[in-house]
Design a protein around this ligand. Structure first.
Ligand SMILES: *[C@@H]1O[C@H](CO)[C@@H](O)[C@H](O)[C@H]1NC(C)=O
Ligand SMILES: *[C@@H]1O[C@H](CO)[C@@H](O)[C@H](O)[C@H]1NC(C)=O
Length: 204
């Protein structure tokens, strides 16, 4: 939750995703949106700049809006992405800056400015892995938003998953985490009919 964590994690994400996507992105045209799903808890939803439940409104250069980076809003419309990306998704918390905008900027840079990136925010603060299990509200919302994001074309290139802190409170939950997480990944790839969907997991 510390902003240093957010920054180091986003750098790590950029490294992972840009090395993975490099090939695909170079061939993409702007009509073929590079769609990236975002799920997990508060670190993904973004708390950068939130102090005493107020966001300070400061947007780092690396997270600034640009016409080539879109966001699927809560009404399932593509709009130019602006921070806080999760403000209409993680509605019970005050959202701030998260890691996804700098990641999207890196993808655009890597494509020499050709790529159009579509971010699909789905993270909700404080959630544990059980909240994300198949059939639950968050899981269904993730599947629904993922499918809807393809409506105007594009390709889902990755799910970025940043979650787990809520599963460290009890030893038994921590011990079960790997099994529950792998089940979530398997279920999600199955329900999206995308068995090879790259999943990028942020680890601290
Ligand atoms: C907000 O809190 C209410 C009441 O606890 C809950 O029903 C709802 O699902 C929560 N919404 C989100 C987006 O977390
Ligand atoms: C997740 O949270 C719910 C309710 O907040 C709780 O009932 C459940 O035991 C938790 N599960 C894990 C794995 O932490």
């Amino acid at each position: 939750m510390l902003s240093t964590n957010i920054i180091s994690s986003s750098l790590y994400l950029i490294f992972l995703l840009s090395s993975h996507l490099g090939h695909t992105i170079c061939q993409s045209r702007s009509s073929d949106k590079t769609i990236i799903l975002l799920a997990g808890q508060s670190n993904m939803a973004g708390r950068g700049g939130v102090i005493n439940d107020q966001w300070d409104g400061i947007v780092p250069d690396d997270c600034s809006p640009t016409s080539s980076i879109l966001r699927l809003n809560a009404k399932h419309q593509w709009v130019v992405a602006t921070e806080p990306l999760h403000r209409d998704i993680d509605t019970n918390h005050t959202c701030g800056v998260g890691p996804a905008m700098s990641l999207a900027h890196a993808v655009v840079r890597k494509s020499f400015g050709i790529a159009e990136v579509g971010l699909v925010p789905c993270a909700v603060g404080g959630t544990n892995i059980s909240h994300w299990s198949r059939g639950g509200h968050l899981y269904n919302q993730l599947v629904r938003r993922a499918k809807d994001s393809l409506r105007d074309g594009g390709t889902i290139q990755a799910l970025v998953w940043y979650q787990g802190e809520s599963d460290t409170l009890l030893k038994q939950d921590a011990d079960s985490y790997k099994r529950r997480l792998l089940k979530f990944y398997l279920d999600f790839r199955t329900d999206l009919q995308s068995p090879m969907l790259p999943i990028i997991q942020v680890c601290k």
